[in-house]
Design a protein around this ligand. Structure first.
Ligand code: HEC
Length: 131
């Protein structure tokens, strides 16, 4: 009986640690998103700025934010945004989409990229946090 309780406690502890780590990723990703904020909005009521709003990015086709005037390079890239595509793109946007008008050098740090994806991918197309 004692053993069982200990086991259950261990599972609880591990679960709590994992979700705390995830929350930390999201918080760090939000800070990193400050680099994008000059040009991109995300979340409820997000509007296009210099760049398109980024709600519902996970699974969204490139060049499809309503009423945003994309470059042909972005529109015709054929990318459907997901974790792998995003991570490759944000490292070096101009290498992934030659001719893009996104004037951003990129982020090289893997941890920062992971955190950024945790933050960006949590928003659904209405800018609500996915459950
Ligand atoms: C200086 C302005 C600027 C900054 C800073 C910037 N972007 Fe962009 N971004 C753009 C523009 C402009 C486009 C549209 C590109 C095109 O049409 O060629 C774009 C496009 C994108 C796209 C493609 C969207 C789609 O609908 O296909 C993603 C994803 C993206 N940016 C993510 C980011 C993230 C994440 C950051 C921060 C790390 C960032 N951008 C920083 C200007 C910027």
């Amino acid at each position: 009986m004692k053993k069982l309780t200990f086991g259950a406690l261990m599972i609880l502890t591990v679960t709590a640690t994992a979700s705390a780590a995830m929350a930390q990723d999201v918080a760090a990703g939000k800070t990193s998103f400050n680099k994008c904020l000059a040009c991109h909005a995300i979340g409820e009521g997000a509007k296009n700025k210099v760049g398109p709003e980024l709600n519902g990015l996970d699974g969204r086709k490139s060049g499809t934010a309503p009423d945003y005037n994309y470059s042909d390079a972005n529109k015709n890239s054929g990318i459907t945004w997901n974790e792998a595509q995003f991570k490759e793109y944000i490292k070096d946007p101009k290498a992934k989409i030659p001719g893009t008008k996104m004037a951003f050098a990129g982020i090289k740090n893997e941890t920062e990229i992971n955190n950024l994806w945790s933050y960006v991918s949590q928003f659904d197309k209405d800018g609500k946090i996915k459950q």
